[in-house]
Design a protein. Structure first.
Length: 182
């Protein structure tokens, strides 16, 4: 990204956050601290709108979201060419600012996912390769494989097929002799 567009994104993002903070704080000034019985003067369907300030918890929630947004933009790449303070986003070539030190072309959630998959493959790959090389009959008798299968079924399949695998409404019974879809 060129320097112009990097600055454009950063100024637009930070300017919007500052404008929201200014709007929030400026509308809070001059309002009474305690609720009143005054209305704004109009009614809809017999319901009148009171002229009261925003509840404190709501105001503080707005402030918390702005603080969170600023913290997020400091930690992660989100302001043009800003790389964030978290490790792993350092540029390999400091001048071009194109390729990150881990060889990726910029940060994205897809690259983050690919890194996590690579870690999982390194950790669980040998275990699954062992079972892939075994005949199905042997895998069905292996206690560790049965334990893994039970956990996978409970995590991924039982929501639709039920914890007993007899099927929920609209989902097939997996314990009967009928063969469906595959």
């Amino acid at each position: 990204m060129s320097t112009f567009w990097s600055l454009y994104v950063a100024v637009l993002t930070l300017g919007t956050i500052i404008a929201m903070l200014w709007l929030l704080l400026s509308t809070r000034k001059g309002q009474p601290d305690e609720p009143t019985d005054e209305t704004v003067g109009h009614a809809f369907d017999g319901i009148e709108e009171y002229d009261n300030p925003l509840p404190r918890w709501w105001f503080y929630l707005f402030i918390a979201t702005i603080v969170f947004a600023l913290g997020y933009l400091v930690l992660y790449p989100g302001l043009g060419n800003w790389k964030g303070l978290l490790p792993g986003y350092d540029y390999r070539d400091k001048d071009s600012k194109v390729q990150f030190s881990d060889g990726q072309q910029g940060w994205s959630s897809v690259h983050e996912w690919e890194r996590e998959v690579a870690v999982a493959e390194a950790r669980y790959g040998p275990l699954f390769a062992k079972y892939a090389a075994m005949p199905v009959e042997e895998v069905a008798k292996d206690p560790q494989a049965l334990k893994i299968g039970a956990r996978l079924f409970a995590s991924n399949c039982s929501v639709c097929h039920g914890s007993d695998a007899k099927g929920a409404y609209g989902f097939p019974n997996l314990t009967d002799a009928d063969w469906r879809w595959g």
